[in-house]
Design a protein around this ligand. Structure first.
Ligand code: 4AD
Ligand code: MG
Length: 477
């Protein structure tokens, strides 16, 4: 006989067949009702034990968190809320739990507490729902690109270059930290290091993805990226996953179309395939919102918000227009912003992005044509020589979720820019080669995958949408 999953059993009709299931005890009530969960669904299956037929010492071992192997008959449920239940005929405790010390008791736990018990937190409804949705989003991303003619590529995690030019990289070295080899100037001699040069964990797969776009046409990379920025916020991780498509012969307008269509498509996918988990998270968030003052409550429920994104156009606004709006906005005039917007050229902070999306436009916004000097070296310079063909997609509750651009395809302009920023040509000779041999307009973007998961699940801290968050001073598990 085959073991069934809880999801399979709950979708069947009562058949009086003998079935087998394995899972973990969520609760054991009245020495009679076991709520069993195996991760296949949010729902538990109720397993009814007739205590007279079972040894008392065995029954005592049925505690929250224990792993069980159950055989029994699948019958129509007497109780409310489920169609079927199991009348247990045989029960084996595969792994005991300890009711005294087991952290995941059947009660409400704070997210802070669950973060400290991240190895067990997917045994709760909230975290199992989040992680099932995350898995579905990952599948939806691969599905979208595959169906739209993109090739998946794996860009290296170890690189010698700083794609974003922000210098926020983790060094990879096998040199002896206490006694590194020195060169004639007394500097650490990286020629003696493992790779014969300085190497880092990548901050983005973009530059390598560009090389493949300029031969395979449409590619994407989806992998871990690393940033040594000391940002202790609810939206930053030191290790996060990025989805980066890159397309030859596509300009900024095409890039915006792609980003919008892509985001709508993956959100529509989970709306269709993860109803049960979304309904649960929708209710969870609604209950949480009720505890907040009226003015701070989100105007839309989670599912409503996801549908809104899937069905409505993103608003496209130039940086210059956005600055005008922000400069004349109430919070700017009343000095409510932490960083006041006084002039063109200011870098936008999360408070400004969220104002534009949540208060002003009340829909996702794509900002484009940013000042050149607040963006990375590789972005296509506009004819005004002041702005670049950059775009950021801003989402309600999140702020920036996507960053991308049309790439500078002109060799001389790119070389000048690199010289201006002291980026050595020797380091990026291969990147410059793309502009020497068959250069063409091309574009791409990076979606922060965990930020997408935050949005789709309504979780407000990025540490709660990745199994084991890496943040400053924290690399537990
Ligand atoms: O805007 P970013 O820095 O863009 C790039 O790295 C480009 N090279 C992408 C490209 O064009 N191929 O990062 C892209 C996205 C951001 O919009 C944000 O969603 C996410 O990555 N992100 C982070 N997510 C979590 N923690 C961090 N520390 C993040 N930094 C960026
Ligand atoms: Mg960015």
């Amino acid at each position: 006989m085959n073991t069934s999953t809880v999801a399979e059993l709950l979708s069947q009709d009562a058949s009086s067949q003998i079935i087998e299931v394995k899972g973990w005890v969520r609760t054991f009530r009245a020495n009679r009702f076991i709520a069993l969960n195996d991760g296949s669904t949010l729902n538990n299956i109720q397993c009814v034990v007739d205590f007279e037929n079972f040894d008392e010492t065995l029954l005592k071992r049925i505690t929250t968190g224990a792993a069980l192997h159950i055989k029994g008959e699948l019958v129509e449920s007497q109780g409310k809320g489920q169609k079927v239940e199991i009348v247990v005929s045989s029960l084996e405790v595969l792994g005991d739990s300890d009711p005294e010390t087991y952290p995941i008791q059947p009660k409400k736990h704070s997210f802070e507490f669950l973060r400290e018990n991240a190895h067990l937190r997917t045994r709760t409804n909230t975290f199992s729902a989040v992680m099932r949705i995350k898995s579905a989003l990952s599948f939806a991303i691969h599905k979208y690109f595959t169906e739209n003619g993109f090739y998946n590529m794996h860009t290296p995690m170890i690189t010698g270059s700083d794609a974003e030019g922000a210098g926020e990289m983790f060094r990879i070295t096998t040199l002896d930290a206490k006694n590194p080899p020195l060169d004639e100037n007394g500097e650490v001699n990286f020629k003696e290091d493992f790779f014969g040069k300085e190497a880092n964990l990548t901050v983005s797969g973009q530059l390598e993805a560009e090389t493949y776009a300029m031969s395979l046409g449409k590619v994407y990379t989806f992998g871990p990226t690393f940033r040594a920025e000391n940002s202790n916020t609810s939206r930053h991780l030191a290790e996060f996953w990025m989805v980066e498509p890159e397309v030859a012969f596509m300009d900024l307008a095409g890039n915006m179309d792609l980003a919008e269509d892509f985001m709508k498509s993956v959100i529509a996918y989970v709306l269709e395939h993860n109803k049960e988990d979304l309904n649960f998270l929708d209710q969870r968030l609604f209950d949480e919102e009720k505890t907040k003052p009226q003015t701070e409550r989100s105007p839309m429920r989670l599912i409503e918000k996801l549908k809104f994104i899937a069905d409505n156009n993103f608003k496209r606004v130039s940086y210059t227009e956005a600055i005008d709006i922000l400069r004349n906005s109430k919070p700017n005039k009343k000095k409510k912003f932490k960083y006041l917007i006084n002039e063109w050229g200011a870098d936008l902070q999360s408070e400004h992005e969220r104002f534009l999306v949540e208060k002003h436009f009340k829909c996702p916004v794509i900002l484009f044509d940013y000042p050149a000097n607040i963006k990375a070296f590789y972005m296509r310079l506009n004819d005004d020589e002041k702005t670049v063909r950059a775009m950021d997609v801003l989402f309600p509750g999140i702020g920036e979720i996507v960053g991308g651009s049309q790439r500078e395809e002109r060799l001389d302009v790119l070389k000048n820019k690199m010289a201006e920023l002291d980026i050595p040509e020797e380091e990026l000779w291969w990147y410059l080669d793309l502009r020497k041999y068959g250069t063409a307009v091309h574009s791409g973007f990076g979606l922060g995958f965990e930020r997408l998961v935050m949005f789709a699940t309504g979780m407000s801290n990025i540490r709660d949408v990745i199994p084991y968050p890496r943040t400053p001073q924290n690399a537990e598990f």
